[in-house]
Unconditional design. Structure first.
Length: 283
């Protein structure tokens, strides 16, 4: 049986995240969401107190927290503001493929970058014609000597406008379907990388969502993650590790603060429904 009883450290971490959400997020959430303003000041503060990059291993400057601890943080910052919270947590999605498939040099460089300052990374998988069916992606990466040349476009990329680097998925064997996909780390400042469009969303407007284009972008061969044509497997391994945090957002967003959540809600009430969601992490 899996035991979800929280350790004292996890309880302290949850309270830290809740306090941050209450003091630094909720009071500004409406203004950021209303105008779609980028919350750089909140991101800076979250990085400073240690609420970002929680899954980065200690060897590369991170705290190396477990995934349950990450879910506790996501629940609380979701309560603070789901838009700002999405941007705070998105580094986990982009960095997981590097942790899983990067060389030692790649991990030191790119994971270390996130640990050394309030930097951002974005996960670039979805395309205009390839969402759930990633085998239909059109972005190509062609090997030329000691580099790959990348061409294509990715859409709905969280933090895309402000990212310092991207994890990009592209076809290296176009005839092989999902078995012909590879993954790369691409520096945002590389020639040919362009932010084409910032989405004007109906909700979570404080989280930046953009379209990123790659035109003849040269990527060093050492920036290949895992092996060539193993990108689909790497993406699925990444989602296995990062998707458990997604349902924490609706658990946190409508819920009262953890300190005021009812311990014995009435059966059938809306508060009972919310409490069941939030208590799963502390039962």
């Amino acid at each position: 049986m899996v035991d979800f009883t929280l350790t004292d450290e996890q309880k302290d971490l949850r309270e830290l995240a809740h306090s941050f959400a209450e003091k630094e997020m909720r009071k500004v959430a409406w203004e950021y969401d209303k105008d779609g303003t980028w919350p750089q000041d909140v991101i800076d503060k979250a990085w400073e107190v240690g609420l970002m990059n929680t899954h980065i291993p200690e060897a590369y400057g991170g705290p190396g927290l477990d995934y349950l601890s990450g879910c506790l943080i996501e629940e609380e910052v979701g309560w603070g503001c789901s838009g700002i919270g999405t941007s705070l947590m998105a580094n986990g999605l982009a960095s997981a493929p590097v942790t899983l498939g990067g060389s030692e040099e790649t991990k030191k460089k790119y994971l270390g970058m996130l640990s050394e300052g309030p930097k951002l990374a974005s996960f670039c998988l979805t395309e205009p014609d390839a969402g759930s069916d990633v085998s239909g992606m059109k972005t190509r990466a062609v090997k030329q000597g000691d580099k790959y040349v990348l061409n294509g476009s990715k859409c709905f990329i969280t933090n895309g406008t402000y990212a310092d680097w991207f994890t990009v998925y592209a076809k290296t064997d176009p005839e092989a379907g999902h078995r012909g996909i590879s993954a790369f780390v691409v520096d945002a400042g590389s020639p040919g990388v362009t932010v084409d469009k910032k989405e004007d969303k109906m909700g979570q407007r404080a989280s930046n969502t953009a379209t990123i284009s790659f035109q003849d972008v040269e990527v060093p061969a050492e920036n290949l993650l895992a092996e060539e044509n193993k990108g689909f497997k790497l993406a699925m391994m990444t989602l296995d590790r990062t998707r458990p945090g997604v349902p924490r957002w609706p658990s946190g967003s409508p819920a009262p603060p953890s300190s005021t959540r009812p311990s014995t809600p009435k059966k059938g009430s809306s508060s009972a429904s919310r409490s069941r969601c939030t208590r799963r992490s502390s039962s």
